[in-house]
Design a protein around this ligand. Structure first.
Ligand SMILES: Cc1cc2nc3c(=O)[nH]c(=O)nc-3n(C[C@H](O)[C@H](O)[C@H](O)COP(=O)(O)OP(=O)(O)OC[C@H]3O[C@@H](n4cnc5c(N)ncnc54)[C@H](O)[C@@H]3O)c2cc1C
Length: 156
């Protein structure tokens, strides 16, 4: 079969490919249920604690209260689902005091970055913590005394 592309983890695209492939291969497979429906059990409600405006590179910093994601540490990932479907976007977490901070580049027509950029203080989203063990700050490293985020979040 020719190369077949699956757009944005689309279950429909995957299912279409599976049907064509199994027809050709001469046997049948059942599409796993969990691929058709996003697993909402792991989603936690987070509220926006603060955010900056866009800087000259169309980037912004957004902080969420982390009471529902206490185990998150810097280097872990936050998975957001802008349309409450299979489309997932990942963002690196910085744990700043008790908040979860994301540093986001806004992409023109970007689904995830546009969704985050539309959030204001007090808004809530549902998101999932993705542990990223190998991307964490080494336990023995020196602590920096300079926090760029404090400067970035200071009201001008
Ligand atoms: C492990 C990991 C960690 C990450 N951490 C971060 C992070 O900390 N910060 C961060 O900013 N990003 C991070 N990313 C990237 C992030 O997950 C998204 O990929 C990014 O925000 C773009 O997603 P989007 O939904 O905004 O854009 P998409 O909707 O996926 O669009 C992708 C591109 O297509 C273009 N596009 C979309 N629609 C159209 C259209 N109709 N016409 C023309 N062009 C179009 C967009 O401009 C964009 O350039 C991370 C990714 C991974 C895998």
């Amino acid at each position: 079969m020719p190369v077949y592309t699956v757009n944005d983890k689309s279950p429909q695209d995957f299912s279409d490919w599976m049907t064509k492939w199994t027809c050709q291969a001469g046997f049948s497979l059942i599409m796993p249920r969990e691929l058709l429906q996003p697993n909402t059990a792991e989603l936690k409600k987070l509220s926006v604690a603060s955010r900056t405006g866009l800087d000259e590179e169309a980037s912004f910093i957004i902080q969420f209260k982390s009471t529902r994601l206490k185990h998150a540490v810097s280097g872990d990932l936050l998975a957001v689902y802008p349309k409450n479907d299979h489309r997932e976007r990942l963002y690196s977490i910085g744990k700043i005091e008790e908040n979860i901070q994301l540093s986001v580049k806004l992409h023109e027509h970007g689904l995830g970055s546009g969704f985050l950029n539309n959030l204001q203080h007090g808004d809530t989203i549902k998101a999932k913590l993705v542990k990223n063990q190998h991307f964490r700050f080494p336990g023995k490293a020196k602590k920096s005394s300079w926090y760029p985020t404090e400067r970035a979040l200071r009201p001008s």
